[in-house]
Design a binder for this molecule. Structure first.
Ligand SMILES: Nc1ncnc2c1ncn2[C@@H]1O[C@H](COP(=O)(O)OP(=O)(O)OP(=O)(O)O)[C@@H](O)[C@H]1O
Ligand SMILES: [Mg+2]
Length: 357
């Protein structure tokens, strides 16, 4: 059981009018000081879970304790303990960053003499010192996300909810936000972070829960989840197609056949990635020249695929197509396009970082 600053969720259900079970029986625990990554495609139920855990939506069934308090019975205590940066942030375009900070400090009851200093400290923390006196309608999407994070930190919460904090951010802003999240966790803040980015969950979260269609389909550390999927494979393309047979013979010394792209040969490695150097040496010794050699380590997408039969990247479209959703989620189609379409280059880093030559 987690202590006062963690999260305990049992059998959580949230059904919307019309029978959509956005959250369909979720159990999870987040330990104090942990970064928990809640990974899932569009429409999986991430924001609904966050809204219930932050007391903004009542659950239909089940229980949730946040910072030691029941979200239904002790809403005010939960709200006092947590900070939240929600997907739909409520910034006023006509106020400056600094004015937002001042207002938030006042709402949280900070004494007047502390407000300016606290606002400046947090604006500096998220890299908005210079932009602090500009109106929010001049901010980029990333700057708004960072201001939203600063606002969530005003009262020094021990538990922080971040709903897709990096969606739409450029790679540099994304990494800066990851650094900030890590710093907060180092300071002991418990962080519940939703994301649809594989790489984000992989590099940032201590533990990941994968959610699909309202259900938790896998949970563990990124390493555990990937290890559960199997061994990495190595794939090679001969420079000279005539060398294919010799390439197969060399690779077969290292593992069994695995699925490969056309023209390529692949084997699954029985132990791990350490064998790559041996493979390169063996190919060299046999004078087999390769045009391409890559290692495919299991990714969180492979985990998602294994659990749901679909790829995480393609899952959202299928879901939305089925539900025939529009309106409310219309704005999010654009976002999902940006993700899948390489706006953040998200599929690439996740895959590319696993490829070595
Ligand atoms: N207020 C609502 N009324 C009816 N259905 C809703 C409502 N809010 C969400 N839903 C539905 O619940 C499901 C889960 O939505 P949710 O917003 O929790 O997904 P998500 O994982 O946060 O997705 P995204 O990555 O797009 O933000 C979707 O099918 C959505 O259409
Ligand atoms: Mg959402």
């Amino acid at each position: 059981m987690s202590g006062g600053e963690g999260i305990e969720v049992r059998g959580l259900v949230r059904e919307f009018k019309g029978g959509v079970r956005a959250v369909d029986g979720i159990d999870l625990s987040v330990a104090p000081g942990e970064i928990y990554g809640f990974l899932g495609p569009n429409g999986a139920g991430k924001s609904t879970t966050v809204l219930v855990l932050t007391t903004l939506l009542p659950p239909t069934a089940g229980t949730a304790r946040v910072a030691g308090f029941d979200v239904v019975q002790h809403g005010p205590e939960v709200r006092k303990a947590i900070g939240a940066s929600l997907q739909e942030s409520a910034l006023d375009p006509f106020l400056t960053g600094r004015e937002h900070m001042r207002l938030q400090c006042a709402l949280h009851g900070l004494p007047k003499f502390e407000r300016d200093a606290r606002g400046s400290e947090l604006l500096a923390r998220v890299g908005l010192t210079e932009a602090g006196d500009r109106k929010v309608n001049t901010y980029s999407g990333g700057m708004k996300r960072r201001l939203d994070l600063a606002l969530a930190l005003v009262h020094g919460p021990r538990l922080l909810f971040l709903d897709e904090p990096t969606t739409g951010l450029d790679p540099q802003s994304r990494v800066a936000l990851w650094d900030e999240v890590r710093r907060l966790a180092d300071d002991g803040v418990t962080i519940f972070l939703t994301t649809q980015y594989l790489e984000e969950a992989d590099v940032l979260a201590h533990r990941v829960g994968i959610i699909d269609r309202g259900k938790l389909v896998a949970e563990g550390t990124p390493a555990e989840l990937k290890a559960g999927i199997g061994r990495p494979s190595v794939e090679a393309v001969p420079q000279d197609p005539g060398d294919r047979e010799r390439l197969i013979r060399v690779l077969h010394r290292f593992g069994e056949d695995a699925a490969a792209a056309s023209g390529a040969v692949a084997v699954r490695l029985p132990t791990g990635v350490g064998e790559l150097a041996d493979i390169v040496r063996a190919l060299d010794a046999e004078h087999v020249r390769v045009a391409d050699l890559r290692l495919h380590a299991p990714t969180l997408d492979d985990v998602f695929l294994a659990k749901t039969g679909r790829s995480l990247e393609g899952a959202a479209q299928g879901e939305q197509g089925e539900d025939g959703e529009d309106g409310g989620n219309g704005g999010e189609h654009g976002e999902s396009g940006a993700v899948g379409g390489g706006g953040g280059g998200e599929q690439e880093p996740a895959r590319a970082s696993m490829q070595q030559v």
